[in-house]
Design a protein around this ligand. Structure first.
Ligand SMILES: Nc1nc2c(c(=O)[nH]1)N[C@H]1C(S)=C(S)[C@@H](COP(=O)(O)OP(=O)(O)OC[C@H]3O[C@@H](n4cnc5c(=O)[nH]c(N)nc54)[C@H](O)[C@@H]3O)O[C@H]1N2
Ligand SMILES: Nc1nc2c(c(=O)[nH]1)N[C@H]1C(S)=C(S)[C@@H](COP(=O)(O)OP(=O)(O)OC[C@H]3O[C@@H](n4cnc5c(=O)[nH]c(N)nc54)[C@H](O)[C@@H]3O)O[C@H]1N2
Ligand SMILES: [Mo]
Length: 653
């Protein structure tokens, strides 16, 4: 979520699409109901199915499954045609004024640069026109026919009510009901939130669904404000946390790219992944990526990570270009007998991964399988599933009894990015142990046998900075990161081994380590901030329920991301009644601002969308959707401008 649970109560309009929030995210609904009943918010449920969420909404609009892009495209068309967008916001804080190259085009359902033989796009056709410094050219009047705003008008002109009604199966009246209600939030003092979950994300066009929602939120000025945002209702309690710490194969912790075979050296990696902007108004925050990545390497390899050995970069595995290592592909490889064994920690894929018959057969190909669970499941007992003969399945299966969440301490990051500490309520029974305990011990033993028997390529295993025993709090300290030597910054000296107070102090020279830059600031010399349960807030913070002293939120305890878009150029809130931040007496008050620069009107400010290379909300991302070829990036194609890459949106979804 760009915002957080409590903040839902600040919305004037709540659009729930692709989620049955009332049943599956009951905590969210507490705030949805507060917005509705206490503040008169309009709640809309756009979903093929009528559920308890529909019953609690002002209205339910059924649509054909899989037609959300057309539905949202119709809303974009409606907003543009009826002049319902937030003019100042769009002109000042989005890339609507940018001029797109004349080689960009769209005809018969295809964008320019399509090669029918390779079935691929030449994405270099879609860049922006830039000046000699590489800064995109702009038309502040938004009238240029190739300005992003005018191209959007032309592109979305086809999403007429009749066409959209035809595709989605929603009547014109129902379309208008949702569009009109939601578009009221284009006024400066109003805000609307979009809540989504699996009805969007589990479609093959899941990313494009969310991208369309992003366009709507930018047009209406709903990003960065209280009661706004793009809000993914994450499923299991720690989905957010596990994604932050690199659940996905193409990422390392903190939403940085997993090394590819194309990037053989650390310099290659940084060149391909560090965006460049010469615009003095753009913070281009990802220019700091080398600091975060090198600090991560330092945390992994400790004293074995030095500037001379590229901080151990050579020791990392590199993904083959074009290979997919996601779940379904992994099980396909297992099915084709390319695996000898593996571990399943607290997961039941024999029941929860698509095509369970194939998954179950895939497990049969293994020589050994270790399952780690609190009870037996279809996966732990796969070898004796109905219709099989255990004698014919060669897999040797181990089941490690695992501690339940209530039997261990540690942190959970909720959907709103709040890192919350929880405590061991009771000791795990019998031989049950926590994951951390098992993994630290197991890897310790692997390291011992590597050292004794000199296994193949022992370096990545033996040179890891691996703890002797597992301790959740010690791990949380490492995740935050420490100074590896005494460091002076300005007139302040940080002792060797002390906690880094903020990611602004992470460095690329090996003087800091951090297992996840996004969590840097969560465990400072003041202690483990995820443990905080202090509800005190200033009256301004209380007006929107910011709770800055309760637990800790990434990044830097910022509760609403991109909050500098919630104020005008002078730093005054668009909506004074629900101000997120405000420039007062030469400082920001309220939430932790997205960077401490003064307001733009002072001439010393920065654009608000600091994770975007050009600093502005990306209505136009270059490639349609977020298609991006990492191979293209790696080759450093100069025609493939960094702003098209969109990596910045990733942490927010
Ligand atoms: N009680 C309970 N709560 C849970 C869980 C649980 O197992 N039990 N699991 C948790 C987990 S892991 C998750 S991920 C969440 C899931 O939470 P949700 O995603 O809120 O739950 P689903 O029932 O999967 O709801 C998806 C909704 O999307 C709709 N839908 C399907 N296709 C489309 C479409 O094309 N467009 C639109 N607009 N809607 C569509 C469906 O009709 C359904 O109402 O729930 C979490 N909460
Ligand atoms: N058909 C279908 N498939 C789906 C979905 C769907 O809606 N329909 N939803 C998808 C989604 S959104 C998700 S998130 C996945 C969920 O998929 P899974 O995570 O595979 O399924 P779960 O049943 O939630 O939990 C997995 C195991 O965790 C164990 N467990 C629970 N608590 C603990 C604990 O504290 N410690 C340990 N060690 N183990 C524990 C449980 O015993 C269980 O065996 O399924 C996906 N697959
Ligand atoms: Mo989920």
């Amino acid at each position: 979520m760009t915002n957080h649970w409590v903040d839902i109560k600040n919305a004037d309009a709540i659009l729930i699409m692709g989620s049955n929030a009332a049943e599956h995210h009951p905590i969210s609904f507490k705030w949805v109901m507060e917005a509705k009943h206490k503040h008169g918010a309009v709640v809309m449920h756009v979903d093929p199915k009528f559920s308890r969420t529909s019953a609690r909404s002002d209205f339910h609009v059924p649509l054909r499954s899989g037609t959300d892009i057309a539905f949202l495209g119709g809303m974009i068309h409606y907003i543009l045609e009826n002049d319902r967008y937030f003019h100042d916001y769009v002109a000042q804080y989005t890339n609507a004024p940018f001029i797109v190259k004349d080689s960009y085009g769209f005809q018969d359902g295809l964008f320019s640069g399509y090669n029918p033989e390779t079935r691929k796009y030449d994405q270099s056709k879609w860049g922006f026109e830039t000046d000699a410094e590489g800064i995109p050219k702009k038309d502040p009047e938004l009238k240029h026919e190739r300005s992003v705003l005018q191209l959007m008008r032309a592109h979305y002109a086809r999403y007429t009510l009749d066409k959209v009604s035809d595709i989605t199966g929603v009547s014109r009246d129902n379309l208008l009901k949702v569009y009109e209600s939601y578009a009221t939030t284009g006024k400066p003092e109003k805000s609307g939130t979009i809540l989504y979950a699996l009805g969007w994300t589990q479609h093959t066009v899941g990313v494009q669904n969310i991208r369309a929602a992003g366009i709507i939120q930018l047009l209406l000025g709903n990003m960065g404000v209280a009661g706004g945002g793009i809000n993914a209702l994450r499923g299991e309690p720690n989905v957010q946390g596990s994604t932050d710490h690199a659940l996905l194969y193409h990422l390392v912790p903190g939403y940085m790219a997993m090394p590819l075979a194309d990037w053989q050296t650390l310099a290659d990696y940084h060149k391909a992944n560090t965006p460049v902007s010469k615009d003095p108004l753009s913070a281009n925050w990802w220019q700091n990526k080398p600091k975060y990545f090198n600090s991560l390497l330092k945390a992994w390899f400790g004293n074995h990570a030095t500037p001379e050995n590229d901080f151990g970069y050579d020791m990392l595995p590199k993904l083959e270009n074009g290979q997919d290592y996601s779940y379904l592909f992994m099980f396909d490889r297992m099915y084709r007998e390319n695996f000898s064994g593996g571990f399943v920690f607290g997961l039941n894929p024999a029941n929860t991964v698509a095509n369970t018959n194939k998954v179950r057969k895939a497990f049969d190909t293994l020589d050994w399988l270790v399952t780690v669970d609190v009870h037996h499941s279809e996966t732990t007992d796969n070898w004796k599933r109905p219709g099989t003969d255990p004698k014919k399945i060669k897999t040797e299966v181990f089941m490690l009894p695992s501690a339940h969440r209530l039997e261990k301490e540690g942190s959970v990051s909720n959907s709103g990015r709040w890192m919350l500490w929880h405590y061991e309520a009771v000791k795990p029974p019998g031989q049950a142990r926590t994951f951390g305990n098992m993994i630290v011990d197991l890897m310790g033993r692997v390291r011992k046998s590597y050292a004794a028997q000199v296994g193949v390529y022992p370096d990545p295993i033996l040179k890891l900075d691996w703890p002797e025993t597992y301790n959740a709090e010690a791990m949380a300290r490492r995740i935050n990161g420490v100074f590896t030597r005494e460091v002076k910054v300005g007139d302040k000296t940080y002792a060797k081994g002390s906690q880094v107070p903020s990611f602004a102090l992470l460095a690329d020279d090996g003087s800091t380590s951090s297992l996840n830059w996004l969590y840097c600031g969560s465990f400072t010399e003041a202690g483990n901030l995820a443990k905080r349960r202090d509800r005190t807030q200033t009256p301004m913070q209380a007006a929107i329920g910011l709770f800055p002293n309760f637990a800790w939120s990434w990044p830097l305890n910022r509760r609403i991301i991109y909050n500098r878009a919630s104020v005008d150029l002078a730093g005054k809130p668009w909506s004074p009644a629900k101000a997120v931040i405000e420039w007062k007496d030469d400082k920001w008050v309220g939430d932790v601002p997205d960077g401490g620069w003064p307001p733009l009107a002072t001439g010393k400010g920065r654009y608000p969308f600091i994770m975007q290379t050009h600093g502005l909300g990306a209505l136009f991302a270059g490639p349609p959707g977020r298609a991006l070829s990492r191979a293209l990036r790696a080759r450093g194609n100069p025609d493939f401008p960094a702003p098209l890459l969109q990596t910045a949106q990733q942490p927010l979804l």
